[in-house]
Ligand binder design. Structure first.
Ligand SMILES: [Zn+2]
Ligand SMILES: [Zn+2]
Length: 359
């Protein structure tokens, strides 16, 4: 670690973030230095804070107070580039950053060679995330955002790319009827992506009224409550009793109800795409999915598929006219108020969809 210091929001492993000084991130010779302009709070950040407090995270480091900041929904401005850099970024370029995959990838291993940089077998160290004042990553993982996008919208590229990737991974086809279980930021991204890729009918469930409203804005044709049975009825009623072609599970959690519901709403011989994160072991009866010949498809993060990166497509979606996903940021806070941001993100009664820390 270098001796220079920066400000950062750090999880103290007591269920709270503190804004304090920490070391500047290490800047390796093939990395760029980016001043963070916007950083989104992800559901996984909320989970991590609880797990860090309860010492139940699946990694040892995940249970200790942070010295290196997290934050993986990041946009910023390029301040330094590697000496031998020949790409299209310049000092001052406005970028969204693939923090966990391409930004750290070796670009030369088995997985990197087919675009799945998230699985790189030789990634560079994690030098810290967007809740710090600066981040360092390889320019390979930095994507210029369009002129019409704000930095805050640039920090939406990552969560949107999750859904873009999921749909591409499960070979989504134009004209499919889709059910989206849950309308938080990932569910909303799934609706927006399915719409962009040409879904026929999109039927979504939402737990809160403000999420239902947002789901409609994203392009859902029908939005029902999260009560058991509502989504099942809507999907069967709108497909002549057959079921939808694809269910996208975006809830995760600690029980199997969203997976069971997903299996109930799809037709036979179809896919359930799982985008939600399940923090605990869950039980699942696989007899009905087997009889229906349903695939449960797990995806995470993003990739470069057929030469086109999911990040680039997410930027295209956000740049296509006045796209509604741009407006899901309901609350913004200054870096020093990061704890207030986390409190707002936890409290769904606050009508928060996406909380950003902007500087
Ligand atoms: Zn995330
Ligand atoms: Zn690699």
């Amino acid at each position: 670690m270098s001796e220079k210091q920066m400000n950062a929001g750090l999880d103290m492993a007591e269920g709270k973030y503190m804004f304090k000084k920490t070391n500047m991130p290490e800047l390796y010779k093939d990395q760029a230095l980016v001043k963070v302009k916007s950083s989104g709070i992800c559901g996984s950040d909320l989970h991590n804070t609880i797990e860090r407090k309860n010492k139940t995270h699946f990694t040892k480091a995940g249970n200790l107070p942070q010295v290196v900041p997290g934050g993986h929904e990041v946009s910023g401005i390029v301040e330094e580039l590697p000496n031998d850099y020949l790409g299209d970024l310049e000092i001052g370029s406005r970028v969204a950053i693939d923090m966990g995959g391409a930004g750290r990838a070796c670009q030369n291993c088995y997985y990197c060679n087919f675009g799945y940089t998230k699985h790189c077998v030789n990634p560079v160290n994690d030098t810290g995330g967007g809740f710090g004042e600066y981040i360092t990553r390889k320019p390979f993982g930095m994507y210029k955002i369009s002129d019409e996008m704000t930095y805050s919208q640039g920090a939406l590229v990552e969560p949107l790319a999750i859904s873009v990737h999921g749909l591409r991974y499960c070979r989504f086809e134009t004209g499919m009827n889709v059910a989206v279980i849950g309308s938080s930021s990932i569910g909303l991204g799934a609706i927006a992506s399915a719409k962009f890729f040409g879904a026929s009918k999109i039927i979504a469930s939402a737990k809160y009224p403000h999420q239902a409203e947002a789901a409609k804005l994203m392009g859902a044709d029908i939005v029902v409550s999260a009560e058991p049975g509502d989504l099942e009825n809507a999907c069967l009623d709108n497909t002549d009793g057959i079921g939808v072609d694809l269910a996208i599970e975006s809830v995760g959690g600690t029980n199997n109800s969203s997976l069971v519901q997903s299996a109930n709403v799809v037709r036979n011989v179809s896919n359930v795409l799982i985008l939600g994160r399940f923090g605990e072991k869950i039980e699942m009866d696989f007899l009905q999915p087997m009889m229906k010949e349903i695939n449960f498809i797990n995806t995470t993060c993003y990739a470069n598929i057929n030469g086109i990166s999911d990040f680039k497509l997410a930027i295209d979606i956000l740049s296509s006219g006045n796209h509604p996903y741009k407006d899901i940021v309901t609350h913004t806070y200054e870096p020093k108020d990061i704890q207030l941001g986390f409190e707002k993100a936890y409290d769904k009664n606050s009508k928060s969809l996406k909380v950003h820390i902007n500087s």
